[in-house]
Design a protein around this ligand. Structure first.
Ligand code: ATR
Length: 277
């Protein structure tokens, strides 16, 4: 049987095994998908052991996405732009590295939430790996403007410089979180790690005023701190990143198996399971 796994540390609470098992049942693909806990200093050895036991591919999660990029010997353009890899495919001697996070975000926004990006003024909060991974796929949708804001503005400026050549019609700008003013944004996406500490990024509340969608790339059982702050600041709609999780998984499944699973029922089922505890 073809074997896949998600690798990370910690990994026990990963939803990827149940998502991929559901994809396999739905599409009739015969495969096994496990969770693999790698020691913090043992990522490469764990991947190579899994491959030598016949593994066909892996999803990579915190904190190994940069090491996965370094390990891959061929990369998709979107993985190159992200500088990080969340999907590995083993093909003979080749270790192919892809990054499906940005595509997952865009698909959740456009397909599941029905929010188009063309012509929109988008604000991306954060300038770490999570932010970098979604910039190229976001710009490919043709927003009018993309402002990257971070506590330290230099990191945001660095991303603007990196992505300027690919910006096309999109106006790229950098800002410090504290210097943001609003209203003026249609879609606000939280890619900071603040939600991990159950905090909202410190932005002036008027930034959220009247925005059509405030989207947290993290997810939680209830609203995240960012979603609460955005709602209090006047965001018309809020969403968490559970849909992005399912969509990035679907994109990985497509890469491995050549079939895109339907995600609607699986996302609804996950949401039900989360709200019932
Ligand atoms: P990730 O891969 O999750 O993006 P990272 O590369 O360590 O992780 O980046 C974390 C991001 O979250 C950074 O943009 C960080 O901002 P700084 O560069 O200013 O540190 C941001 N971040 C983390 N905690 C935050 C908080 N409490 N409020 C606002 N931004 C935060």
């Amino acid at each position: 049987m073809d074997r896949y796994a998600v690798i990370g540390n910690p990994i026990a609470h990963s939803k990827s095994p149940s998502i991929h098992a559901a994809f396999a049942r739905q599409t009739g693909e015969v495969l096994e998908y496990a969770a693999c806990l790698a020691p913090l200093d043992g990522f490469v050895a764990s991947v190579l052991a899994f491959r030598s036991e016949g593994g066909r591919g892996m999803n990579v999660t915190v904190p190994f996405k940069l090491e996965a990029f370094a390990l891959a010997n061929r990369h998709s353009p979107r993985a190159k732009a992200a500088g990080a890899v969340n999907t590995l495919a083993f093909r003979g001697d080749e270790i192919f590295g892809d990054n499906t996070d940005g595509a997952g975000l865009v698909r959740d926004l456009t397909h599941n939430l029905g929010v188009g990006l063309r012509g929109q003024r988008v604000l991306l909060l954060g300038a770490g790996g999570a932010a970098r991974g979604v910039i190229l796929p976001l710009m490919a949708e043709g927003p009018a403007a993309l402002t990257i804001a971070n506590r330290g503005v230099d990191k945001a400026r660095g991303l603007c410089e990196q992505f300027e050549p690919a910006a096309g019609e999109t106006r790229l700008a950098a800002a410090a979180l504290a210097d943001l003013s609003g209203p003026g944004y249609d879609i606000i996406i939280n890619a900071t790690a603040a939600s991990l500490a159950n905090e909202a990024p410190a932005v002036p509340t008027e930034v959220y005023s009247n925005c059509a969608l405030a989207y947290d790339m993290m997810y939680a059982r209830g609203e995240t701190a960012f979603m609460r702050a955005a709602r209090a600041g006047g965001a018309r709609r809020c969403a968490d990143g559970l849909g992005m999780l399912v969509e990035q998984a679907a994109e990985s499944f497509l890469l491995w198996r050549g079939i895109r699973p339907r995600t609607t029922e699986i996302l609804a089922e996950l949401r039900r399971q989360m709200s019932s505890g």
